[in-house]
Design a protein around this ligand. Structure first.
Ligand code: BGC
Length: 742
């Protein structure tokens, strides 16, 4: 009886709660109700995003008048470059004085950290540590959301095969598979438990699409590529970001095959909103609607606005083409109100999902801002991912790790005491730069009784050798020399393409001078991109590529130098021997005349004055330990369409330090139409092993892993033979096998 009563009670409860739920209007109904009240002008206002007053991240094109008044008139729907509780509250106040009180969305480039700066994204990608990358974005999102920000213009998921392009620092490098995993992790990290959670911000996959293939590596340049390459190489991380639930997309500055991406209805309507079913909204890049005019695609902003809206660009960042022209375009019957409605609906939906209609100030809470920013666990996570990002390029004679019993270490170079440069491009001035740990400070913490000597030697772009002798003398007094060399943080980033990607100034000459002391030398290379440094690579015994590591740079580097952390990062981008090899990437096609080796120039596809191989390959990176690969087993020699193969092998730590290895799985289909790359990453696992320990690693290969876009752009697998390669780098394959898809 009791049981019966309980069941009746539960049933009644369910009915009532369902009725209550049914009574609650859905977000779609709320949006519709609101849109019914909106004038056309108010709708167009929602599509208009303007720069705040904090900082401009692009050319400011016009005197745009009083923004707060425009907000009150309902002419602005979103503001970028505005951070902090007080600042965002002031702007939101203005929106609350507009007729319909539609809250503003605040967007910001939270690219690698908010108050605590994390390593640059390319550096983090070198960790191949997906959970750590997600955590970094999670913390950045948590801090930003506590600072009034609703929306980050990240992750940047552009595949980059050209290190001259300054924006390589913002992405995950050259590989679509690794790039897709990282895109997913970053979207999940920023969006946390979902829009509406107080610690989640909207992600924005950018720059859609193919921006990374700018001709000559020059920023903003045009892109010309086959649709096949677009789908195979450049679109996968965008697709992954969409599948992970990215709330927004940003289109790109470049033209693609003659059409500015912002005007591409193929990219935005057909692919993104059509084929992929994207429900969020698309924002233009900074003035990319207006830039259709200098592209020579639109004759004025009026026409540019028409093209952009029709192509599926929902929000106009900073060009004011929409606010100035859409009403007239409707009156002239060039664009339909339905098209505007669709864009408005997408944007309002996100505002509802973020909970801004319940409380427009919910992200602008002074107590939360105070308690969330710079938490000790954020600092600890920044140190952890920073050391995971450091790539050990060379360690001849086991110069590293350093002994704790050295009498003295000379710290030489322009970046030894730097703090600001450690933050890298696209970092924010939210946190106090004095919190950044310089290399010098990190070493002071770690060096114990070892005396630290310091001399700068030269500046980053110096042409003078004036400081060399003093540097030489200092080096002569030390047991070991550590040199911190590289780029200024404003040398790789947006509009920071370099034709010459050598270590700037006379720094490499200073390295040569110090090497002439005969002392053991460790060179740390700090940069946002792969640089060219052949002399250093060939002569210096120990080299660490540290990128720009963020707030905890000095501690993270000291952890690695002393072996408190055993480096295990792997390059996410190929390092060329010279700029003349660019573009250079591991997953290229074969030719009809492939050289057999680096010296084979006899009517082969080669340079007569340079090997084809890079200086450092994709996936390369050492550890203080060594790892053995053995015992490759494939569960089957051949499979039918929907079957799977299990691949297993043993990975052993054959050295004396505990450490992590990133075991990489590459595949090649030997014969197919069209042809497949010589090697493609299809799996990896980062494995921690104690000295002497062995673990069996398993990968599963299914049809999806064997599929590709054919020349009709249809995704599928073709029967044929596959070569399977397992290794420690794309050019260090340790185990090979094969199987057939029947
Ligand atoms: C960049 C974007 C960025 C935007 C806003 C543009 O110049 O290309 O990546 O999100 O500015 O700062």
């Amino acid at each position: 009886m009791l049981r019966f009563k309980l069941l009746v009670f539960i049933a009644a409860f369910l009915v009532i709660s369902n009725i209550t739920l049914a009574q609650q209007p859905s977000i779609a109904q709320k949006v519709d109700a609101l849109m019914k009240k909106m004038t056309l002008a108010e709708k167009i206002g929602q599509l208009n995003q303007v720069n705040g007053d904090w900082e401009a991240t692009g050319p400011v094109t016009a005197d745009v008048g009083n923004k707060l008044e425009q907000i009150k008139r309902g002419e602005i729907g979103s503001v970028l470059n505005i951070v902090g509780v007080n600042h965002t509250r002031a702007f939101q106040d203005a929106a609350m004085h507009s007729r319909l009180k539609i809250p503003l969305l605040f967007g910001q480039d939270v690219i690698h950290g908010y108050s605590i700066t994390f390593p640059i994204p390319l550096g983090e990608a070198a960790s191949w540590d997906i959970p750590a990358i997600e955590r970094s974005a999670r913390i950045a999102g948590t801090e930003a959301a506590a600072g009034g920000v609703h929306w980050t213009f990240a992750p940047m998921v552009d595949i980059a095969r050209d290190p001259r392009w300054g924006r390589v620092m913002e992405g995950a490098g050259e590989d679509p598979y690794l790039g897709s995993q990282i895109a997913r992790a970053r979207v999940k990290g920023f969006q946390g438990n979902g829009l509406g959670s107080l610690d989640a911000i909207m992600a924005c996959a950018k720059h859609y699409a193919a921006y990374g293939a700018a001709v000559g590596g020059r920023d903003y340049n045009s892109v010309d590529m086959s649709l096949h390459t677009l789908w195979e190489v450049y679109l996968p991380p965008f697709k992954a970001a969409e599948e992970a639930g990215a709330a927004t997309f940003m289109n790109s500055f470049n033209s693609l095959n003659g059409t500015p991406a912002t005007a591409s209805s193929y990219l935005q309507r057909d692919v993104l909103k059509g084929k992929w079913g994207f429900k969020g909204f698309v924002v233009s890049d900074w003035n990319s609607i207006g830039e259709m005019v200098p592209h020579g695609y639109a004759k004025d902003n009026y026409q540019a606005a028409e093209f952009a809206l029709k192509a599926g660009n929902d929000m106009d960042m900073e060009s004011r083409s929409y606010i100035n022209n859409l009403a007239k375009l409707v009156a002239d019957k060039k664009v339909s109100v339905a098209m505007i409605d669709d864009a408005v609906r997408r944007i309002l939906t996100k505002k509802f999902e973020m909970g801004l209609f319940d409380d427009p100030y919910r992200y602008s809470n002074a107590d939360r801002e105070k308690s969330v920013l710079n938490r000790p666990e954020h600092v600890a996570a920044a140190r952890d991912i920073a050391r995971k990002s450091i790539v050990l390029l060379k360690n001849q004679g086991q110069v590293l790790p350093l002994s704790k019993n050295l009498n003295s270490i000379a710290l030489i170079g322009p970046l030894v005491k730097s703090k600001g440069e450690m933050k890298g491009f696209w970092s924010l001035d939210v946190g106090d730069v004095s919190q950044v740990v310089s290399l010098y400070e990190g070493m002071q913490q770690a060096a114990g009784n070892t005396k630290l000597l310091y001399v700068k030697g030269c500046d980053i772009t110096d042409t003078s050798h004036a400081g060399f002798n003093e540097a030489y003398k200092t080096a002569m007094q030390a047991d070991v020399v550590i040199m911190a060399m590289g780029e200024r943080s404003d040398m790789t980033g947006e509009a920071k393409s370099r034709a010459n990607i050598h270590i700037p100034g006379v720094q490499e000459e200073l390295i040569q001078k110090i090497m002439s002391t005969g002392k053991p030398v460790v060179v740390l290379l700090m940069a946002g991109r792969p640089m060219v440094f052949n002399w250093t690579a060939d002569h210096v015994p120990a080299i660490l590529y540290t990128w720009w590591l963020g707030n905890q740079a000095g501690n993270a580097i000291a952890d690695v130098l002393y072996g408190n952390y055993n480096p295990g990062a792997k390059l996410p981008m190929t390092f060329p021997r010279t700029e003349g090899q660019i573009p250079i990437y591991y997953n290229h096609y074969s030719t009809g005349r492939p050289p057999q080796n680096d010296n084979d120039v006899n009517y082969t596809s080669a340079y007569i004055d340079l090997p084809n191989s890079p200086k450092f390959a994709f996936g390369y990176g050492l550890s203080y330990s060594t790892f053995g690969y053995s015992n490759l087993k494939l569960s089957k020699k051949s499979i039918h369409n929907n079957e799977k193969i299990t691949v297993s092998f043993d990975l052993k730590n054959t050295g004396k330090y505990a450490g992590e290895e990133v075991a990489q799985l590459y595949l090649r289909q030997l014969v197919s139409q069209p042809v497949r790359p010589v090697k493609e990453l299809k799996g990896f696992e980062k494995v921690m092993l104690q000295p002497g320990e062995t673990k069996t690693i398993t990968f599963t290969i299914d049809k999806e892993k064997l599929s590709f876009y054919n020349d009709q752009l249809v995704w599928g697998a073709q029967p044929g033979e596959f070569k399977l390669m397992i290794g420690s780098a794309s050019d260090d394959i340790r185990l090979e096998g094969g199987f057939e898809l029947l």
